[in-house]
Ligand binder design. Sequence first.
Ligand SMILES: Cc1cc2nc3c(=O)[nH]c(=O)nc-3n(C[C@H](O)[C@H](O)[C@H](O)COP(=O)(O)O)c2cc1C
Length: 445
Amino acid sequence: MNPLTMRVLLDNWEDRGLLHRVRKEVDPLYELGAVINTKEGKEPFLFEKVKGYHTPMAAGLGGDRELLADSMGIKASELIPKIIDSIVNPIPTTLKQTGPVQENLVTGDFDLADLFPIPTYHADDSGAYYVSGILVVKDLSGQKRYTSIRRMQYLGGNRTNILITSPELMEQYAHYEEMGEPMEVAVMFGVVPAVVLSSQISTHLYHTDKLDVAGALLGQSLDVVQCKTVDLEVLAEAEIVLEGRMLPHEREMEGPFGELAGYYGTRTPQPIVEFSAVTYRNDAIAQTIFPSSYEERLPMALVREATLFSTVRQVVPNIKAVHIPMGGVARYHAVIQIKKKHEGDGKQAALAAFASDKDLKHVVVVNDDVDIFDSDDVEWAIATRVQASDDVFIVPGAKGSPLESSHHLKGVTDKMGIDATYPLGKEELFKRTSIPFAVNLEDYL
Ligand SMILES: Cc1cc2nc3c(=O)[nH]c(=O)nc-3n(C[C@H](O)[C@H](O)[C@H](O)COP(=O)(O)O)c2cc1C
């Protein structure tokens, strides 16, 4: 059975020698992040002593394909089919009267910083931030539940900012503002990677309940409990939950903050969340994700790969696999592998990719003898199979990602497709060298 709780997963990985347990005290001001960053968010850490707190903090749980898949009991190669299947066949959550996350309750006059660590990460960040909390909201009808991750800057007391870049959620908040009412939110910490992964599924595209999708990723229904002070449900097995309200017509300045692409986001006025309650398990373990690390990028990339694969397959059925590499900030680059059957398949696949995801800037399409997870192999295909005048196309001035600096400068984004497949009928010219059999070096030493 797959671990449904973060603490069981940490134990499991520790037993298998996969967890870094840090016994030395670390300061949440820069030091904790610096330690996580030694492994770029690809390896799990458990910090036993965070300066000023009694609560340990976990990080780096979902930044490696193998480990993320392992947390769901599958292999890395099964991730994309699993995500697609889980979106199509979600497993509904089970409502319980009570759960471990409500073993302790804090209400009244509290200061968030007194309860659990709130780290500061990059040199020029404007302050301490919650980066990894899974935000739970309901849609306007109150019937549908959505999760996502939105960073929250600690403002003192029981207040934070919240940065929401999704137009749908901001429209929903605007609706509440028009009525002069707050929007209820809950924020969960201490969850397994499947919950982070499912939170990255586009609401706009699928309108699915992402906690139900997380259940399908894990192969069983997840228990939820009703919050104490807001009308929302949260995971019964989360470590910590903050309950609160986004206030109408209030803004405070947010940023700069070291963001996904490795640059500082600008300082802008953002909405305020006022928290009314904190619930947590006995011996709670806090959780964070180092911003811009693999742990932030990988869940986004995987969900985009699943969408891209499905969309491109509609026009190029002979697509084999897609890869959204981390170096392309998990959204600006894609490599598509096809079994070429018709001339034009390569360019068509790139066009379909651009149509499916406005953030994509550069798409490379390769034959199925190229390892799309090996950047050297992809570069080799570009080096030996591309003639730019025939195989590269550029669409200037299209829509792009507002999170990207060069788009910011220009206001629009150019799209470049590279068809690195070789012409049909030229297999002999492009046949890769090979050795007839593999050997085990140990046998020769
Ligand atoms: C670690 C992490 C931090 C994120 N921080 C933010 C953020 O601060 N603001 C934001 O709008 N999106 C952020 N995202 C992306 C959103 O969570 C993601 O786009 C969203 O969940 C997609 O769902 P939606 O279609 O409901 O917006 C973050 C993602 C991750 C993995």
